[in-house]
Design a protein around this ligand. Structure first.
Ligand SMILES: *Cc1c(COP(=O)(O)O)cnc(C)c1O
Length: 223
């Protein structure tokens, strides 16, 4: 597995408006450093403790993205340094992120996770839930978060027609919500697409892809 070659290969195919998040969950710091030395600066993790450990060990010009499901009681551990939280799926969680951001005197960028997959196992809000949330008075008081876009995960399937439908669903929801500008909400990012489907995702309007195994190789969850 040559991480630098994989990275360069993927980057050479990406249009300029697409940002690449290198998903490094379960991988050792030595692997992340190979990607770092090849120029990669955005890394995605799905467990807060693992991200904190890597943040402490690695150079400080890295942007750390939390791409996994976030438990409210753990937000405090990453509030000091996280660059973008992709998986915001409730008003309660957003309020907690705002509270911890206040504690650290910063504004934390967030994406709202939208449920686009048929699978019940996937997290996320509906279009209506987002509309209800942003129209509440309490939402306007959250001055230490900034909603920069939406994130979605397609169903885990080989059926590209279905994946495409789900990506299109996220793009449609994005277009519907985009005019809704607030001081703490300004939608620009569509985070969708992983190793198996990022090309399709870009065709469907993604401008941020989250790629793990195509860069770092298959993950082994048993070690
Ligand atoms: C693991 C993960 C990815 C990357 O998956 P690959 O198939 O390895 O590219 C992307 N997004 C999320 C939310 C993930 O948990």
């Amino acid at each position: 597995m040559n991480i630098k070659e994989n990275l360069n290969h993927i980057k050479s195919q990406l249009p300029h408006h697409v940002n690449l998040v290198a998903v490094s969950k379960t991988k050792p710091v030595s692997d992340l450093m190979e990607a770092y030395n090849a120029g990669q600066r955005i890394f995605g993790e799905n467990k807060i403790q693992e991200m904190v450990d890597k943040y402490e060990e690695m150079p400080k010009d890295i942007e750390w993205h939390m791409i996994g499901h976030v438990q409210r009681n753990k937000v405090k551990y990453m509030a000091e340094f996280v660059s973008l939280i992709h998986g915001v799926d409730s008003f309660k969680l957003l309020k907690e992120i705002n509270k911890q951001a206040v504690n650290h005197d910063r504004i934390i960028d967030c994406l709202l996770q939208i449920k686009i997959a048929e699978e019940d196992s996937k997290f996320g809000m509906s279009l209506q839930e987002v509309k209800d949330m942003v129209s509440q008075e309490d939402f306007m008081k959250l001055n230490n978060v900034n909603i920069k876009g939406l994130m979605g995960m397609a169903t885990f399937t080989e059926n590209t027609t279905q994946i495409k439908e789900e990506f299109n669903r996220l793009k449609t929801i994005f277009d519907d919500l985009k005019p809704l500008q607030k001081s703490n909400c300004n939608l620009q990012i569509i985070s969708m697409g992983m190793s198996g489907d990022y090309k399709l995702a870009i065709d469907c309007g993604s401008n941020m892809i989250r790629v793990g195994s195509s860069i770092f190789g298959a993950r082994n969850y048993n070690n």
